[in-house]
Design a protein around this ligand. Sequence first.
Ligand SMILES: Nc1ncnc2c1ncn2[C@@H]1O[C@H](COP(=O)(O)OP(=O)(O)OP(=O)(O)O)[C@@H](O)[C@H]1O
Length: 282
Amino acid sequence: MLKMEHLRKTYGTFSLDCSLEIRPGCVTGLVGQNGSGKSTTFKAALGLISAESGTVRVLGKNPREFDVKDRQELGVVLADSGFSGYLTVKDIVQILKHLYGKFDKAFFLEQVKRHKLPENRKIKEFSTGMKAKLKVITAVSHDARLLILDEPTAGLDVVARDEVLELLREFMEKEEERAILISSHISSDLETLCDDLYMIHEGRIIMHEDTDVLLSDYGLLKVSEKQYADMEKQYILRYKKETFGYSCLTNQVQFYRENYPGVAIEKGTVDEVIMMMIKGVA
Ligand SMILES: Nc1ncnc2c1ncn2[C@@H]1O[C@H](COP(=O)(O)OP(=O)(O)OP(=O)(O)O)[C@@H](O)[C@H]1O
């Protein structure tokens, strides 16, 4: 659905060199700290910025060569995009009808109602959460094959976030061949929604893993200095000095469970794995 190979873009001291792939039927998450290059990756995937080298194929084509018909196959949410604040939901229905041949007006209005968005008020009077929901409802309302969503849950409270995630799950359930690329600062969103996760740090992909594998096989070992010294380190991805000894990130938690029964092992959340990948020593 989307393949990016060594896509390079430089902004001053920041340089992006990103490779990733989105497979049909999958929700893929891109996680990283502020300024790690997520939005730059999304813009490059959409052909909105010109890369210095590398390739991007979206639905089999270079996105810079997309025509009006190709664009209909994408549902996009970008942090700094949205409708003019002077429009109402009713105005937007008219625009979407013209933009997208497969715009499903009934579904769109049903979702607007379900999410309690006022149809006749101007968007500039909407709260952050209401604007965010409107963007996602728009993206899922025209039978797109691929959604590219940069921080679609930013600024939403827990309940609103859950509602947006539900919309995305429903979108995936309707057609097997659909796919989503999504970024979020909130890793619990990605844990429950994504099939696989890419971690980006300082413009580089530092890890790519199936979410199931991440949650089942990764873990944090809390060991004393002696335990650390005696331990097999083959499956330690990163370690960090602590007051008690060391925290170690492994992707073979079962190996340490079986061979080192005395070692304290914590299940790694996505946040902890990210922190260790970034702050730990390789
Ligand atoms: N148009 C631009 N001109 C100059 N520098 C830019 C531009 N766009 C992004 N950058 C720089 O590129 C780097 C990556 O920015 P990017 O917006 O991709 O990060 P991000 O991971 O999306 O961050 P955040 O989570 O804060 O949104 C930053 O150092 C940013 O200052």
